[in-house]
Design a binder for this molecule. Sequence first.
Ligand SMILES: Cc1cc2nc3c(=O)[nH]c(=O)nc-3n(C[C@H](O)[C@H](O)[C@H](O)COP(=O)(O)OP(=O)(O)OC[C@H]3O[C@@H](n4cnc5c(N)ncnc54)[C@H](O)[C@@H]3O)c2cc1C
Length: 450
Amino acid sequence: MTQTTSSEVGARVRAAVRGRVWQPDDDGYDDARRVWNGAVDRRPAVVVRCADAEDVRTALLVARECDAPLSVRGGGHDWAGRALGDGAVVLDLSALRDVQVDPRAGVAVAQGGALVADVVDPAAAHGLGTATAVVRTVGMAGMTLAGGYGGLAGRFGLALDNLISADVLLPDGTRVVAGPDGDPELFWALRGGGANFGIVTAARYRLHPLGPVLGGMVLFPQQQAVQVLRGYRDLIAMAPDELTVMAGFVAGPTGEAAVFLAPTWSGDPVAGDTVLAPFLRLGTVVAGGIGPLPYGDLIRMFEQGARPGQHYTLGTRWLPTLSDHAIQVLAEAASTWSSASSLLALHHFHGAATRVAPDATAFALRSEHLLAEVIAAWPGGDPTPHRAWVERVTDALAPGALPGGYPNILGPDDAERARLAFGANADRLLAAKRRYDPDGVLTAIASLPT
Ligand SMILES: Cc1cc2nc3c(=O)[nH]c(=O)nc-3n(C[C@H](O)[C@H](O)[C@H](O)COP(=O)(O)OP(=O)(O)OC[C@H]3O[C@@H](n4cnc5c(N)ncnc54)[C@H](O)[C@@H]3O)c2cc1C
């Protein structure tokens, strides 16, 4: 086969699709290839902002005919930039954000490029909600396909537990419905196996009655880290489903590291104050507050600390519990971080999320745990000290950690940890990869070894 050059691929895509197209010499190319992590600097052959699902298929088929690498961009929040491939045809879904809510059926149908807020806000207009990430601008599909931790995990499970079905375009251009009434094996694999099998052009989410929640973030002095986190450990061990509490470290009002607790109470508003009071007594609250607010406002909370365009690198561990060792490691990490914009976060996995059988979806870890995120953020420049800090902290958290790690956050070189993350589901998942993407066209999050 004659090798098609990047510019020929771009020209063929441009001629075939209805959406906007950027090649390296086009005005706006640099904007089109920008993702959340400013450290990602990939140069795709062409970025196609698909106008509809048919455009996605057309661009996919042209890329395949040209034997060109392919990547899919949803919300662009993967820290490792897997939405963009060097020299690739990027199927950019960011114009496909329509969401239709059927309040009677309790279902939201979201196009493949919809963001978390695109689902949360129209659902809230009907007094409904679903499990999502804690930041509004994260891509709903990208987040769901590998998990979806958030403040409603105890009550409604992971985001992927609320996926009813999805319209999927397979790498050979076939359209299928992944779901109990469509292809159940693809549905199983999609829920945890990430974007490895096909492109989700529409996803149906189960909605639940959800009024305003009680939540927010409170900060305690770094000197009280050990007592606050030990108390947090004891309190969340008894948390009802309606209460999911994040914790970690951020820069406080003085610029020094501070411990944070960020609860989401989605139960009876009257009972909420009583449930949350013991958390506020764990130390001296130096900033922040907790109050009633719409869930959609609560998830604005972390936007300040996760601004797009900064440079980021991430590490992660799954902790079965918050041991004294882990508390020491985190407290020391916050005192030695390489930049004051950095962040340490613990996502709380319990309740409804644990009552799903480990083999019911590809996401295998269903025991109670904390997802630790080690996030270095800096304005730009030399990444070396920041990478070293993340590696040091992630390594120090390894003793006592569970095998694997959250596939949405594992790095491109973490294939072995991704395999461990899927535990007894790994072989079935790899068989699904061979079946649905035999040529390995979609190298995605949770990079599955082929
Ligand atoms: C600020 C921030 C906050 C976060 N908070 C949370 C959180 O609270 N809980 C949590 O669980 N995770 C969280 N994450 C992780 C996040 O869920 C993952 O990074 C997720 O992959 C982002 O999806 P995206 O569509 O925005 O990213 P992208 O970079 O666009 O895509 C990520 C991957 O998914 C693929 N993809 C995207 N859309 C589709 C689609 N429609 N069909 C097929 N493949 C697709 C892409 O090809 C890529 O491989 C957070 C990340 C950030 C940066």
